[in-house]
Design a protein around this ligand. Sequence first.
Ligand SMILES: Nc1ncnc2c1ncn2[C@@H]1O[C@H](COP(=O)(O)OP(=O)(O)OP(=O)(O)O)[C@@H](O)[C@H]1O
Length: 351
Amino acid sequence: MEKMMEWGMNMFSIRADMGIDLGTASVLVYIKGKGIVLKEPSVVAIEKNSNKILAVGEEARRMLGRTPGNIVAIRPLRDGVISDFEVTERMLKYFIQKAAGSTLFKPRIIVCVPSGVTEVEKKAVLDASNQAGAKSTRLIEEPIAAAIGAGLDISKPSGNMIVDIGGGTTDIAVISLGGIVVSNSIKIAGDKFDEAVVRYIRKRHNIMIGERSAEDLKINIGTAYPRKKEVYMDVRGRNLVTGLPKNMKISSTEMLEALEEPVTAIADAVHSVLERTPPELSSDISDRGIIMTGGGALLYGLDKLISERTGVPVKVAEDAVSCVAKGTGIALDSLDELDNGMASADRRRAY
Ligand SMILES: Nc1ncnc2c1ncn2[C@@H]1O[C@H](COP(=O)(O)OP(=O)(O)OP(=O)(O)O)[C@@H](O)[C@H]1O
């Protein structure tokens, strides 16, 4: 009987606990016992007149830039913060329900937020998650989740540096004894790379390309540090002089030029966090190297550039895009402990 109850409890927690990486570019949902069950772009398509949600996630992303007048495709977390609370809440609800399937239980949820979010933004995420059907919600800061997901043991009194480059924010943090010692969060990350590519091609070639094409260029031939071998990619845009569609070939050297400003800003920000790091911890970091996570960390040569600027070795974590969601998932294991140790009145609060 006891065994059955234990089994029942396990089933409960397997079905109920959920870790969410509420990212600017994508939302990843981790369910305890199952791993990452959902990964979709943070996009919502809405019909303007009726305010009705037409599509969420991948389906809505396909509508970006292609919507007729009465439909808008929104990225509610665009700059790494909740810019559109109502739409974020509806998006979160959709993903939670999709990930939970037909379960009757309300999930306990941990949501990961960038380290620079304000109290108001934290409250907005908590409310959105609770409104979306969570039994209780806690927040975890992105660099902590990224570090756990990258497999670092952050509980020891030694310094680890994490640079998590997402869509909207780059979170840089030095972690020791499970907490953040020094950090910075800047709003320069993958989205700004795409915008820089759009601007460069408009200025240099008089051609307007869309955000999706800019992202494709960045992922395929983007470069932060000179490549040994030049690579090219064709892109289609609109000629700003004739107004007609035009195809053209872009080189990786052009991408290096286009991306110079945002990648330098990230390298400088890492440098300045290192400057503010206590000497004992910075010597640990020099030994172990800086760990990069997030989709933006995959930009070709960004690790080399940061290493050259800081004089510290840099490693890109395995499965860099999923580290935050994985780390949030691993943090779910401590939920029972937290629940038991907290007064019930505090249950709906984070931290
Ligand atoms: N191979 C790649 N090369 C360069 N950039 C990439 C690559 N793969 C993904 N990206 C970029 O990574 C960014 C998304 O990263 P990620 O999924 O970690 O962000 P997020 O967690 O949604 O955002 P945030 O952490 O800002 O909330 C996008 O800008 C995407 O274009």
